[in-house]
Ligand binder design. Structure first.
Ligand code: 5GP
Ligand code: SF4
Ligand code: MG
Length: 464
């Protein structure tokens, strides 16, 4: 998901709509905006579909006046999949000290346990979303101020959270102690901005100030930015897959350009897994920077052998199997003139179920390729993510059920190689590779080492 918030700019919701539009790659199912105006109070709008189709309409934006606003774009991981407007954030609650709204990116790993406890004590849940717990925990806090209530609430919550919240006078941003999901601070004129990624600061012309630190809470009012440390300090574990796939290539995370990191992944991949071929071809768009790096390192020509229809969303994100199956052909087409008679290296970011890769291989062979070699910019995805990326259960993950040779055979390609975990760490700037005693990132979907125990899943029988 993507979160965005603005304080101190008139018609803040307009800026939020633009910011969410730049974060659309983080979630395309639905979006919502809440705004506060001293005379008109809190107003909200939550809609299915793209931000650009909903939140640029004058009529809708006019209902969201005021200098304070937050928003969210949704990609369903926890809670019900598919259509339920009640699951669309931000969530809003009215407390004794006034209203507050929250937008959450990540996934709460003890949400079901919390929900049971809260319902027993009288909370009335409105959605199936894990994030709604935060509002109920805030309501139960004995603190007077919203920021303190949010601190109380988040101290009970486990897992990954980058939260943007607002009250009548404050914009609040928090990252979980491990800092699994990103959150950055920006400045525009007299206003302040919180965003999942820097690319959304660029779209409104805001200046990137700094990242919110793992475990940090910032409380922003008209007096400025106050920083707090509500949690016991821990070593951070940012999601390494944000670098590989999730973030936009024009964003800066951890002081590094995502594009440069991805290009470097391609360089490492070519060093680790060279192959004789005629053409390096990215699986667009997510494989493109890595393919550029692969071509540069290997000296093999780079070519756009696959064209992507820009008007389709990301296939993986469509929640039903049926749509996912159609998705590849709706989205990608092969450039026969370039492919015919060639030995082709296809570079993609990841293999999850393997459905995309299989179909792309078929398309490339149909177009007359002599050989197809897959090179993958992440290690085999063998474990589900419980921190906000929608990887399927283990029995649907190709790498959880097959060796690399079996996967190669299953996909029907001439070779299949993945970057090593060490190679990936080098590409994200850890020269010594992965420190097995204390890894610098979360890499659980590749290593199976979960930095936060997925409590709800373990209770349901998931074996670590
Ligand atoms: P597969 O067909 O192997 O299940 O899916 C892999 C493809 O899905 C890759 O090309 C990748 O770009 C895309 N994808 C989209 N969203 C996600 C996501 O959230 N996680 C992963 N691992 N891949 C995703
Ligand atoms: Fe990121 Fe993978 Fe960790 Fe999930 S499990 S937070 S996708 S590195
Ligand atoms: Mg892809």
């Amino acid at each position: 998901c993507g979160v965005f918030g603005v304080i101190g700019l008139s018609d803040a919701a307009n800026f939020v709509a633009l910011g969410l539009h730049a974060l659309q790659h983080r979630g395309q199912e639905a979006g919502g905006i809440v705004a506060y105006h001293p005379e008109h109070g809190f107003n909200s709008a939550r809609r299915f579909g793209y931000v650009r189709d909903n939140f640029t309409k004058q009529s809708l934006m006019e209902t969201l006046p005021g200098p304070l606003s937050i928003g969210h774009v949704r990609y369903s991981t926890a809670g019900s999949k598919g259509a339920a407007i009640r699951d669309v954030q931000p969530f809003f609650g009215e407390f004794s000290m006034g209203g507050a709204a929250i937008a959450h990116n990540g996934n709460i790993t003890n949400a079901e346990e919390l929900r049971r406890e809260l319902i027993e004590r009288g909370s009335i849940f409105q959605s199936s979303s894990d994030s709604e717990c935060i509002i109920h925990l805030m309501a139960r806090s004995l603190q007077k101020q919203a920021a303190e209530r949010l601190e109380d609430a988040l101290r009970r919550v486990e897992g990954a959270f980058s939260v943007v919240a607002m009250t009548r006078t404050k914009l609040i941003g928090v990252r979980d102690p491990l800092g699994v999901r990103p959150l950055v601070l920006g400045q525009l004129g007299d206003g302040w901005v919180l965003s999942s990624e820097t690319c959304a600061l660029d779209i409104i012309g805001a200046k990137f100030v700094r990242e919110i630190e793992p475990g940090e809470m910032v409380v922003i009012t008209d007096k400025g930015v106050e920083s707090r440390q509500p949690f016991r300090p821990q070593k951070s574990r940012f999601c390494i897959f944000e670098h590989v796939y999730f973030s936009r290539p024009d964003s800066i995370i951890g002081g590094r350009s995502v594009y440069e990191t991805r290009r470097q992944i391609g360089v490492e991949l070519a060093r680790e897994n060279p192959v004789d071929a005629d053409l390096v071809c990215p699986v667009p768009d997510s494989g493109t920077p890595a393919a550029i790096g692969f071509a540069a390192e290997s000296g093999i020509e780079f070519g756009l052998g696959i064209t992507r229809n820009q008007y389709m969303g990301r296939t993986f994100i469509e929640p039903t199997e049926q749509i996912r199956n159609m998705g590849v052909r709706l989205k990608l087409n092969v450039n026969r003139a370039l492919i015919e008679g060639k030995r082709v290296i296809l570079v993609d970011d990841s293999v999850v179920r393997g459905t995309t890769s299989r179909k792309i291989k078929d398309m490339i062979l149909d177009a007359g390729a002599k050989e197809v070699h897959f090179r993958i910019a992440s290690p085999p995805t063998a474990w589900p993510c419980f921190y906000g990326v929608d990887t399927p259960e283990r029995d649907k993950l190709l790498a959880a059920n097959m060796s690399e040779d079996e996967m190669c055979e299953h996909l029907g390609v001439d070779s299949l190689r993945f970057i090593s975990l060490d190679g990936l760490y080098r590409a994200v700037g850890v020269a010594a590779g992965r420190d097995p005693k204390s890894p610098a990132y979360c890499d659980a979907c590749f290593s199976g080492e979960y930095p936060v125990a997925p409590r709800d899943m373990v209770a349901k029988g998931f074996e670590l």
